[in-house]
Write a protein that binds this ligand. Sequence first.
Ligand code: MN
Length: 751
Amino acid sequence: MSAAPESSVYVAHLPVGDDDIGKHRGAPAFSIDDLCGMLAHYLEPDQVDQIRRAYLFGAEAHQGQQRLSGEPYISHPLAVARILAEMHLDHHSIMAALLHDVIEDTGTIKEHLATEFGDEVAELVDGVSKLTQIKFQTKAEAQAENFRKMLMAMTRDIRVILVKLADRLHNMRTLEPMAPDKRRRIARETLDIYVPIAHRLGLNTLRLELEELGFAALYPMRYRVLAEAVRKARGNRKEVLQKIKLAIEGRLAQEGLTGRILGREKHLYSVYQKMRGKHVSFSEVFDVYAFRIIVDKVDTCYRALGVVHGLYKPVPGKFKDYIAISKSNGYQAIHTVLFGPYGVPIEVQIRTEDMNKVAEAGIAAHWLYKAGDKSGGAHVRAREWLREVLEMQKNAGNSLEFIENVKIDLFPDEVYVFTPKGKIMQLVRGATGVDFAYAVHTDVGNSCVAIKIDRHLAPLSTALSNGQTVEVITAAGAKPNPSWLNFVVTGKARANIRNYLKNLKSEEAISLGQRLLDKALAEASLSIAKLPQERVMTLLKDFKFKNLEGLYEDIGLGNRMATLVAHRLIPDDDVESERGRSGIKDVLTRYVPAWLKGGERSASQPLLIKGTEGMVVTFAKCCHPIPGDQILGFVSAGRGIVIHSEECKNVADFRSRPEKWIDVQWAQEISGEFPVEVRVDVVNKRGALATVAAAIAEMGANIDNLQLEERDGKYSTLTIVIEVRDRVHLAKIMRRIRSLDIVARINRTKG
Ligand code: MN
């Protein structure tokens, strides 16, 4: 049994005193030759050559630039490469580390890097640059979580994160020359964002250093006080620690077990967090002796456990076997707590060398840590991925070499974007501008008209990508468009649009129903206001309506005829006095348009169509009536009124159901555009379609639908639905199209 040095778990660059944070006093400058020397241990000579070439390229690109410390800038990428070399990363990652700031800081373009060093390196550098460009802005915890996820989601290749983490680590080591407020901001960001990422990826050595550096920079006073307390406590403990260690070592050797024992010391940041989180004193946190026993194989772990339990009495309820049942993040070890010689508890972790590797540097070994709140796709895939990672780690001699080709999509179902104020919104993948608007607020969704993506105007249907800043442009009076339902992907947007349309249709139906009933009553020189109220109330009760709106809505939707309702409302004596004893039939025929009966139009006022009635007045697709055409309306249950052209062949149907037809007429002022169908015979010729389409657009009309049918070798027929204002507009368009030399004939189709 060999005695291992104390606290050997963590040695790299830890600030040990209170006055040397972030400094490397007396350290000789690290050169590219030193790096290549390190790399030669695990990379091929030609790979090392490529890395040297990347270094030269980077050094030239950063020529003349300096770090705040006064060193040439290239010393930073070199140091980042060194951190990754210590992790034994592949040559592409090391090259990317050496080049990681050239896009951001020297204006080198990605394509240039691809030509020089291949697509893989260019992609890595580009990925790191994109992460660098995103600025973390708010402090809220949920936002930090989303930000971390966004960083991960933007990363298709886990190596991008590793380069970024190494970059951050070196920046943290060299914070000293920065202004205090900037130092604090970077430290805060490191603790909030990068530490949890490193933690999830199982990069514990790197994480611990980031934590200690972050803590020291963010709370220099607290760090100093704690460091002093630890220094004092350590002096008192040394002897006891050594005594316990020797006792365990002796007993293990006695049993013929091989392994090493490490004394563990709690890191300042974790001491600080425990004191804060659990409100306990320094001595309660710190007065625990902690050891780690690392052995050759699993079997030895259990035998070592027997040994320590024989040596000191175990504390009941503290034993945990994470070997038999590993933590969901892949962590494996046996944990136990013993009653120490002076009444001080001794924490012992027992694990194999392999388990130790995973626990300290095993990438993504902690991936699912605290991710138990999610279920479904990403979670399952992440777990699956983790399982494979662990399998590979088990088989690979070098625990990190497997990541060379690991390309992953960590959050395949989510997309993260910023609001203009820097808040991060999480949406499902494929979410559009409208989805975003509804995610911000229902009112914003209901009144959105356009979006700006990274300050550029974009259509509402644009699918959003990770990291974009999205601004919604709203307009007072704007309304949701039914066509949005064709592209929105979030449930919230869909539900809100549907709900709005339902309410809208109901409002429009009420308004139309009121107009229809008013018109019907006006035939008898009456109005709702003039009628005895109890008569109205009786009718509402008979028809089971809560109020007049309910009745109007039912009429507007076409479920109930206004004329019949009017008849019920008109007092009997009125009917009798005015129309004699002719009864309902006469009343009904009176309201049927006179011209339908073969005579002149009746003197009664037809319903005026303004184009603003909304969903309860629609225009028949068989005949496409437009303003200027003679029209009449067909009352359709649930749909309101469908407007047909008088010339439509379906109008012949009226004789069988005259009560369903209603006299309508275009209003004086009409708004909107109306679809109309034209057939154009064109010469078969390249570009004929485009020429016709261009002519229509030139005349200020939209093409709604277009079909091309080849008739014979010489001609084709285009059936086009265009949106026009009225007959005059249509006539102008037809004249324009007819004038084209490729057009043989054009006419409007009317069902
Ligand atoms: Mn950098």
